[in-house]
Design a protein around this ligand. Structure first.
Ligand code: MLT
Length: 304
């Protein structure tokens, strides 16, 4: 009997992959063979000596102490690509929220009161105040062309945008899936200077921390939009705030509510919703459960 400890709510479709005959799956269990986790911070927990494998039902592995796992010979699996469509859809929503001033306009409209004539006047004023811009012909920069970056780039092409991508580690598969119309930039600096909107789809590590820094923000086009649905530390938030206040940036759309940014003009922040769809949660849980089974039962490592 293998014991699986779940550290977050994991989609039942994933947990169903473990047959009752050979697996015990619970949120409290002693001496687990494996852990299934979403965002629970495993850096803060004592690693059970019995642990053989960790399955992260998502793409990023920042919440897992990888070095400690490697030292103990614990295999770590994740679900690259399983939530890419969900993230792509939210990035597209973010682009449209920023381009059409939708959040500000909704804030305005929800507070309107008065008779028909007054409302009419307020609607006319709102139309002027929240006039936006359209996406076709605008240039989107995509930093990181993994599963999510490729989907975002291709969707933006389908919307008529010019798209410039950059990824020094692009895989053959990603290059093959990428729309032929996506240009490749020579460097992050080259990309950032040429875009109306920039979106980041890279993991957070020593090379990507503050990838968007003050100097790069200065080099952006005036009125640019920055989207960060990857990890908070990839963008220097203090520099973003300065750029928003100076009118250099039109909008910063991110998937993390940080204390520095909340309530600031031009900031649209979401509560890490990128992968929060029923489909993505199921896909990630199923992918990771299958990998854990394959490893525990047969010793095979299959990370996709
Ligand atoms: C991921 O790493 O896959 C995303 O951050 C989504 C999540 O796990 O909630």
């Amino acid at each position: 009997m293998y014991k699986i400890l779940t550290l977050n709510n994991i989609s039942p479709r994933g947990l169903d992959r473990f047959g009752h005959e050979h697996y015990e799956v619970a949120s409290e269990i002693s001496q687990p063979d494996a852990v299934m986790v979403r965002s629970f911070n495993m850096h803060q927990m004592e690693i059970p000596a019995s642990l053989k494998a960790v399955g992260r039902a998502g793409a990023g592995v920042n919440n897992i102490p990888l070095e400690a796992m490697t030292e103990r010979g614990v295999a770590v699996f994740n679900a690259p690509g399983a939530n890419a469509n969900a993230v792509k859809e939210l990035v597209l929503a973010g682009m449209l929220l920023a381009a059409r001033n939708i959040c500000q306009a909704w804030d305005y409209t929800r507070n309107l009161t008065g008779d028909d004539a007054t409302l009419h006047k307020q609607v006319e004023a709102g139309k002027k105040q929240f006039s936006g811009f359209e996406l076709p012909g605008r240039t989107l920069g995509v930093v990181g062309l993994g599963a999510i970056g490729v989907q975002v780039a291709n969707a933006a092409r389908a919307l008529g945008m010019n798209v410039i991508g950059f990824d020094p580690h692009i895989t053959v598969r990603a290059a093959w899936l990428l729309d032929a119309g996506v240009q490749q930039a020579l460097s992050v600096d080259d990309l950032i200077a040429r875009c109306d909107m920039v979106t980041f789809h890279v993991p957070l590590n020593d090379h990507t921390r503050h990838l968007l820094n003050r100097e790069r923000l200065h080099s952006m086009r005036d009125g640019a939009v920055v989207l960060n649905f990857a990890r908070e530390g990839i963008v220097d938030e203090a520099a973003v705030l300065e750029a928003l206040e100076a009118g250099k940036l039109r909008s910063y759309v991110c998937d993390f509510p940080s204390n520095n940014l909340m309530g600031k003009a031009g900031v649209i922040a979401l509560p890490h919703l990128g992968a929060s769809t029923q489909e993505a949660e199921e896909n990630c849980a199923v992918m990771v459960a299958d990998q854990l089974r394959e490893y525990l039962e047969h010793g095979n490592v299959r990370n996709s």
